[in-house]
Design a binder for this molecule. Structure first.
Ligand code: NAI
Ligand SMILES: CCCCCC(=O)/C=C/C=C\C=C\C=C\[C@@H](O)[C@@H](O)CCCC(=O)O
Length: 258
């Protein structure tokens, strides 16, 4: 199978898009380290995956991506268990305009933290075997999302960081590729939160226009994102690219040249 012998680490793997990405990686032969702050949900998922793929194919590690100590220990445990990690997906994310500092801490700082930990492990200049890092941004990383300015800022940050890391890695000879996925609305808990005050905080009065944006864009099944993830992962020519996944299909985004 396409990913036989490969090992992946996925954050926010316990549910939603992260679970779907983890499952498509397993279906294609990879081993997967599942990281999530939701310990009970992650443990339940691990039991289910053990029944489908056997206990040796996955490892669940409770981990808050806001914690350098937890994240570093999780990667160390995955390497000790599987020998190496050559695919890293920074997927964990929240929508919370009330506690916007937490949104920055999880969505942007967590992605930087995971990318740097993965790079430290994969970097060919320091004994690593190389690899690929795929960050989950959003269509809100490419344009405005009214009612969620900080969420939008975090996703714009993920886009800029990922593109810059791809260029930095290529120029430095690290042997690590950086790419990203920019999905539109996907049927997961995060969009259910759109109707709750925390997600939009002081902009909760924009809940209706947000729902209208959702109707306009359509809501995808998680499988559309994980299929796009696999397409991007298997194309070794892609570096610094953003795969946009929307109702009408998926396509690589053309960034405006300055
Ligand atoms: N659902 C959607 O419409 C879209 C989602 N995205 C992004 O996709 C990613 C996944 O989100 P969904 O699956 O939709 O949401 P979700 O809420 O279903 O799943 C998010 C997962 O991340 C975990 N998580 C949250 N904070 C964490 C932390 N500090 N440390 C470790 N794990 C943590 C949660 O426990 C959960 O399992 C997020 O980055 C989100 O911004 C992007 C575009 C569209
Ligand atoms: C705050 C909750 C977010 C829920 C999860 C999420 O990330 C959903 C995003 C869905 C759609 C975002 C649409 C944004 C559209 C506009 O920014 C549009 O202008 C994008 C245009 C991109 C381009 O230049 O073609």
């Amino acid at each position: 199978m396409a990913l036989e012998g490969r090992t992946a680490m996925v954050t926010g793997a316990a549910q939603g898009i992260g679970r779907s990405i983890s499952e498509i990686l397993l279906k294609n032969g990879a081993k997967v380290a599942l990281l999530d702050v939701a310990e009970a949900t992650g443990t339940t998922l691990k039991k289910s995956l053990d029944g489908q793929y056997g206990p040796e194919r996955t490892l669940f590690i409770p981990c808050d991506v806001q914690s350098q100590q937890q994240f570093k220990a999780a990667l160390q445990k995955a390497v000790e268990t599987f020998g190496h990690v050559d695919i890293f997906c920074n997927n964990a994310g929240i929508a919370n305009e009330n506690d916007w500092e937490k949104a920055v801490s999880v969505n942007l700082m967590g992605v930087v933290r995971g990318s740097y930990l993965a790079l430290e492990h994969m970097n060919k200049l320091s004994g690593g075997q190389g690899g690929v890092i795929i960050n989950i941004a959003s269509l809100a990383g490419l344009g405005p999302f009214p009612g969620a300015p900080v969420y939008t800022a975090t996703k714009h940050g993920v886009v800029g960081f990922t593109r810059s890391m791809a260029a930095t890695s290529k120029m430095s000879g690290y042997g690590v590729r950086f790419n990203m996925i920019c999905p539109t609305f996907v049927q997961t808990d995060i969009i259910n939160s759109l109707t709750c005050p925390a997600a939009l905080g002081q902009f909760a009065h924009l809940a209706d226009p947000t729902r209208k944006l959702m109707e306009q864009h359509g809501v995808l099944d998680v499988s559309r994102v994980s299929e796009g993830f696999l397409q991007l992962l298997l194309d070794e020519t892609k570096d610094g690219e953003a795969l946009v996944v929307v109702s009408k299909g998926s396509q690589y985004y053309t960034f405006p040249s300055l």
